[in-house]
Design a protein around this ligand. Structure first.
Ligand code: ADP
Ligand code: MG
Length: 315
């Protein structure tokens, strides 16, 4: 297959949106941003062997490439609209492309996102995606907006993807739920109504402590984290002891959950909106004067991960 055939194969499967004036096929796409809205843009790349195990299925690669990008829009409280896709492929394999598109366009359809352009080249397997969405002026949830006294919240459960990756690395039989969480993260776009009550928000991609640290630095505040309050899935509890679990939850990457801060008075509203969205939201700490994230056990003593690799996260 030639480059043109690959692009034609993509083009024939993409969904339409009214605000796409011109999609795949010309030198550039023409898109209509709704009047009075800000355009929100994010980009993330997945490289084989770095961002996913080499034997990951093409459908899972396609899903994850879009999911990690949509997670960034979710963290800004933006509504997604369009995406572009740069594909670097070792060979022009129609079956691989079709399976990749099953995952990629399957997730795009779930959120009404149109693929409007991209680039196709030969090279080591690499997938680069941009996503575009909208937000009302001033309504984006930024990292620099946490305030002293806020409650810190996290969606879903933490550590599952890192647990699945750890099992894979150690050659263990993978827990299917954990592996699914690694390969098919769910961007938490459903939490946008809950985020109306939030101040700051970030998506957890590099590990909770690292990402919360970014919020602290940007906002000029500190966070006290209740290490025992971090939400854990049944599968994580079944497969890892308490020490390993805390480490995975606090420092494991690839969660793609949302971590946000909100005034204490917003607790009920957040719980209600999260319940409507069908996504768990758990209070895990508080914003304090100072700097950096301090993780505390139930008895108030500092929690420090023993294993090497922890330093990597800079806490
Ligand atoms: P150009 O040489 O002008 O950059 P290309 O041949 O790269 O054009 O692309 C032709 C059209 O196909 C463009 O509209 C481009 O956005 C689209 N396209 C190319 N690769 C992809 C892809 N992987 N996914 C979606 N659209 C693509
Ligand atoms: Mg091009």
């Amino acid at each position: 297959m030639a480059e043109f055939d690959l692009i034609a194969r993509i083009r024939q499967r993409v969904a339409q949106r009214d605000d796409v004036v011109l999609g795949i096929g010309d030198d550039a796409a023409l898109l209509r941003v709704p009047a009075g809205r800000e355009l929100v843009v994010a980009m993330d790349t997945l490289n084989a062997g770095v961002h996913f195990p080499n034997e990951t299925s093409p459908a899972d690669i396609g899903w994850k490439a879009l999911a990690v990008n949509l997670s960034d829009l979710a963290a800004m409280a933006a509504e997604p609209a369009w995406c572009t896709l740069s594909l670097s492929l070792p060979q022009a394999d129609a079956d691989w492309l079709d399976a990749f598109l099953d995952g990629f366009l399957g997730l795009a359809a779930l959120h009404g996102v149109a693929l409007v352009g991209g680039d196709t080249t030969r090279g080591p397997l690499s997938v680069c995606v941009t996503v575009h969405g909208f937000v009302a002026p001033g309504q984006a949830r930024r990292r620099d907006a946490a305030r002293v006294g806020d409650t810190v919240w996290v969606s879903g459960t933490l550590g599952d993807a890192a647990g699945g990756l750890a099992q894979w690395r150690e050659g263990q039989a993978a827990d299917l739920y954990l592996r699914e969480r690694l390969d098919r993260p769910m961007p938490r776009l459903a939490l946008r109504p809950a985020l109306r009550h939030a101040h700051a928000c970030i998506d957890v991609s590099d590990g909770l402590l690292a990402d919360l640290g970014h919020v602290c630095a940007a906002s000029g505040v500190g966070v006290q984290l209740d290490i025992d309050a971090l939400p854990a899935s049944v599968a994580l509890r079944a497969n890892f002891d308490a020490d390993a679990r805390r480490r995975l939850q606090a420092t494991g990457g690839d969660d793609y959950e949302l971590c946000f801060t909100a005034p204490a008075s917003a607790r009920e509203a957040i719980e209600r909106e999260a319940a409507i969205a069908g996504v768990a939201a758990t209070a895990i700490g508080r914003v304090v004067a100072g700097e950096g994230v301090q993780a505390l056990g139930a008895d108030g003593s500092p929690w420090v991960a023993e294993r090497k690799g922890y330093d990597h996260f800079g806490v």
